[in-house]
Design a binder for this molecule. Sequence first.
Ligand SMILES: CC(C)(COP(=O)(O)OP(=O)(O)OC[C@H]1O[C@@H](n2cnc3c(N)ncnc32)[C@H](O)[C@@H]1OP(=O)(O)O)[C@@H](O)C(=O)NCCC(=O)NCCS
Length: 499
Amino acid sequence: MVTVSKQTPRQSLTVVDNRTNKVYEIPIKQNSVLATDFKKIKAQKGDDREEDETEQGLRVYDPAYMNTAVVQSKITYINGQDGVLRYRGYPIEQLVKKSNFLETAFLLIYGELPTKSQFNNWQNEVMHHTFVHSDIEGMFKSFRYDSHPMSMLASAFATLGAFAPEANPSLKGQKLYTNAASGNPEALQILDRQILRIIGKAPTLAAASYRMRQGRPFNRPAHGLSYTGNFLYLLDHLSGHEYQPHPVLEQALDALFIIHADHEVNCSTATVLQVGSSLVDPYSVVSAGCAALYGPSHGGASESAIRMLMEIGSPEKVPGFMAQVERRERVLVGFGHRVYKNVDPRSTAIRALAERVFAVTGRNRLLDTATALAAYARKSEFMRARNLYPNVDFYSGLIYQAMGFPLDFYPVLFAVPRCVGWLAHWRQMMLNPAGVKIWRPRQLYVGESARDYVDPEERKAGETVFDAPVPVQHGDDSKRNELASYKDERGQTWGRAKL
Ligand SMILES: CC(C)(COP(=O)(O)OP(=O)(O)OC[C@H]1O[C@@H](n2cnc3c(N)ncnc32)[C@H](O)[C@@H]1OP(=O)(O)O)[C@@H](O)C(=O)NCCC(=O)NCCS
């Protein structure tokens, strides 16, 4: 045990390195310590491996970022213990009740609620940027009819970048966006124009991925509708004039967009910042965000939650399914969260919305199973011990399904509003007065130490299934192809049977 003499409390850690008996004082700021301060703690190499780089200073090991803050941010605050979510200080519950998506988008990106004239201008500008180049429609048409819409959306954002060479730092200079940090009006204009273009075009691209699946022609953006009203128009309008979405569904989608707009440094936002730190263009950044969001542990969860409820089938099958979860054979999708160890405030807001939507669309037939599952989970010792509560994705899928969206479109319905959060964080990063440092984490190397190249005749095969590729089946090959033989460019004969 180390005895530390009593001193007046101060904002620091006293660290004793027992390898060297040296004492370090590490400052604490905002209840955090700087990882680079630990790098000053060095020792001579002893029995440790050369790859541990002991002489270069202590490293901070945090797989999966379990306790690492990577940015200082003014955008969103989450308190996972108390179930709090605030955008720029405003509680999510108030925004869902009183704001609209575009107003909340302005708040997230620019820091304050817009004045009336700021809002009108912002809305006009966003809606002005809803059109996409007609060649992008051609890009959508080159996809297979059954492509997952998230594949199409991620590709579409990357493609959009190809249509904006003036927005590409690789072509226009590395400082294209970071110059804006000094308040340079031209640089700020270039930066904000891309934000408008991405937010404006996101529904158009998302709707194209949907219409492509339906085999329906793409709609052109409509004027005079709200952001979400226009999105519904792009998705659903068939023919005739004066399409008006049902006001309850439009409002519900708008509220869902507010709820999904940002969520601090989650997996996709961390991806956005990681990719953005290389100073690549924002279209590539948003495309990378889509890729991260697509995964079933993140934005893919609402789709998986509904598939799981369909698989369970009815309330009386819930105990059997939960037994599998408690035996750790299954994951209860739509439950648990890295930060919330209490109720997810978004799920509370969504439940109220669900009732309003079901009053118009009819009750979702999976609701009884979902309710039984939530009730069972509340009492389950396994779930309680791990603080696993329903998250936003448990209920959002039920609303999307009641509104008639196909399952694989749910992550797209998450990605469109999340573009706002991604761009808010990306803008904050580009405007950092201290500049943008490339995000380059380190690893703890635990592999082989230096060894000499081994000639083929002296090599031994590895011992486990992981040490070489497993034999793979050749899917679509016919028996005739399997039995045929071929000559390669050098005239050597080979047959599939030999492979
Ligand atoms: C969201 C999620 C990825 C967070 O993961 P995490 O912070 O790394 O949490 P962990 O995996 O460390 O989980 C802690 C414990 O709870 C268990 N657990 C976490 N989520 C669980 C779930 N949904 N169902 C069953 N068990 C779960 C883990 O197995 C682990 O158990 P252990 O301590 O006995 O090993 C995880 O809860 C999950 O996969 N949820 C389902 C997918 C989902 O709904 N995602 C959307 C999030 S908004």
